[in-house]
Design a protein around this ligand. Sequence first.
Ligand code: SAM
Length: 282
Amino acid sequence: MGTIDDLPPLRDVIATHGLSAKKALGQNFLLDLNLTAKIARQAGELRDCDVLEIGPGPGGLTRGLLAEGARKVLAIEKDARCLPALAEIAARYPGQLEVINGDALEIDPLSHLMPPIRVAANLPYNVGTELLVRWLTPRDWPPFWQSLTLMFQKEVAERITAEPGSKAYGRLAILAQWRTRARIVLSLPPGAFSPPPKVSSAVVHLDALPEPRYPADAKILQDVVARAFNQRRKMLRASLKGLGADVEDMLTAAGIKPTERAEQVPLEAFCALAREVAARRA
Ligand code: SAM
């Protein structure tokens, strides 16, 4: 029996269903159900929420989310080999687990979920970053989700939560911190996974703010930040030249020294700059 439910331990599930880890799918499984329940608890109160889980694999985090009382879990998994193991969990929690076999980058899950919705995932890092950026940049805000609880390489987690002036500070920090409260809630050594990855991991929890911290047009802010950090070692008057001939005026009006570099500029000032750009384009 598992420690959080009466289903078999994950090692047995993996052996029974022949779930040898595939590198191409970024499969590093969590086998300790106490740990997956701990991650599920970081997602917040689940009782009245639907949870979107991406990449359930053999179902360690899925079981954690259900044991912590999630109203419903919708799990999207690319690897069809995992479906029988997930079906056993669905049978243990009737009506509470729906599994979709497919690529999370291609599937729109919204018609399967009722608000309030939380998102939880232990994903391959490339897919995780791409989904995070999509979840942070919807057309309308607030987004469909209330919170995101996501496992990342520690270095990516640090980029999401970085402060100005640090090497990790960049586009991800600004996108995340503009419209969410983001913090690292758990650090995990490689040995927590099977097989162990090369690097440490961390769980980041992001709560959607009801509205952005500072006013700005989302598209313009994203454009300004992408330009600024694409050439992060250059002074802003050079890296942002493409914004227009009057870039130095715009920077000064936004309270930013044209000789500063992107990594010194706080979120609030980037938002002020995005407003300047918008005002001059209007
Ligand atoms: N959640 C499980 C755990 O914590 O043990 C598995 C984590 S493993 C790091 C990542 C999982 O994501 C694998 O089961 C893999 O098959 C799945 N996966 C990879 N790419 C995916 C994609 N594009 N869409 C959905 N699932 C994907």
